[in-house]
Design a protein around this ligand. Structure first.
Ligand code: UFG
Length: 329
């Protein structure tokens, strides 16, 4: 397959490009390099600089690629994804995430690309009552980030009906880790996420980690989340693209490990690997007590299953950050 990857220089996009190339596919990366980095683009992928909001440029790239064979599947990773930032800048989020997808879809329809793999989020579920989320659960986002991704999901549904565009929508849970080669990993983050903050503490860049709240209705009182290794997540995208190409029908699936870890459990596993200090702090606003993925559909429809565990995520993320620090010294 020839795959067009918007946002292929970013964290999840670059890992997916690596897995696509490992699986033998041809890859075209499109990125404005605002948060992505040219060095993260696999050397065997063709790179075009451009913005997701610029449908003219997307059309130009897709037409240019047609000379060597049309694009079979497009992927969309070029979105903003920081929950607190979405609360303070909702209009930016609607512009980038909703208008951005609309521009891309106009370009795909115009150039007759029929398949798209799209990154959505567990944030569309909002405060899940049950804790374990199924794809058919009610979606009630509690922040603008989740709202924009839900609007995107609906746009894809209607565009599918009107223009015959097939979509594979992935709802990600908590993604972490780095590629085993350590050539790519998480370069830039806003430091709101648990694992990057643990790493800062282990590498001496922060005095200690704060655990936000120990009075939640969970066994140890700290919040439970579903952590998935970025390499497992990236491999699911390859299967999603192949599914669209072969089946020509749409799919919506959760991507998590299907297993919940409390914040304290993550801290305990990290403490077995590295030295760092932590303390308990008050709850952080907007955190649901428990959010885990039911991944039956991903297993059944894509024959996918997560292989790497929490230790792999922590160790690879740590090693990648250490490598970056050594390079910058
Ligand atoms: N946490 C701490 N200390 C920290 C940072 C986080 O205790 O220093 C806790 C949080 O309170 C939460 C858990 O660790 O209980 C995980 O928090 P993250 O910020 O790492 O991740 P979230 O679960 O809040 O967010 C993730 C994704 C979002 C997505 C959301 C879906 O990063 O993009 O899941 O609910 F929208």
């Amino acid at each position: 397959m020839k795959v067009f990857v918007a946002g292929g220089a970013g964290y999840i996009g670059s890992h997916t490009v690596y897995e696509l190339i490992r699986a033998g596919h041809e890859v075209v990366v499109y990125d404005n390099l605002s948060t992505g980095r040219l060095g993260a683009v696999h050397p065997k992928a063709r790179f075009y600089e451009g913005d997701i909001l610029d449908k003219g440029r997307i059309i130009e790239v897709l037409n240019c690629e047609r000379a060597t064979g049309a694009v079979d599947v497009a992927m969309h990773f070029a979105a903003k994804l920081i929950v607190p930032e979405s609360v303070s800048q909702p209009l930016e989020y609607y512009h980038n995430n909703v208008e951005g997808l609309r521009q891309m879809l106009v370009a795909l329809v115009e150039t007759e690309v029929k398949n798209i793999v799209f990154s959505s989020t567990a944030a569309v579920y909002g405060d899940s009552e049950r804790g374990e989320c199924f794809e058919d659960d009610l979606t009630l986002p509690i922040n603008p980030y989740g709202e924009t991704k839900l609007a995107d999901e609906r746009m894809l549904k209607w565009a599918g009906e009107a223009y015959g565009l097939n979509s594979c929508i992935f709802r990600y849970f908590n993604v972490a880790g780095a590629d085993a080669t350590l050539e790519i990993g998480l370069d830039k983050d806003q430091l709101t996420h648990l694992i990057p903050l643990i790493m800062q503490a282990t590498l001496g860049l922060r005095e200690k980690l704060s655990i936000f709240g120990n009075d939640y209705p969970t066994p140890d009182g700290t919040c439970i989340r579903d952590y998935i290794h970025v390499t497992d997540l990236a491999k699911a995208h390859v299967l999603g693209a192949e599914y669209l190409y072969q089946q020509q029908e749409s799919l919506l699936v959760n991507l998590g490990s299907g297993k919940g870890y409390s914040v304290k459990e993550v801290v305990d596993v990290a403490s077995q690997l590295f030295d760092f200090a932590y303390e308990y702090a008050p709850r952080r606003a907007g955190d649901p007590a428990k959010l885990t993925a039911n991944i039956t559909r991903a297993r059944e429809q894509l024959a996918w299953q997560p292989i790497l565990g929490l230790k792999d995520m922590l160790q690879s993320d740590h090693d990648y950050r250490q490598k970056l620090l050594e390079v910058s010294r």
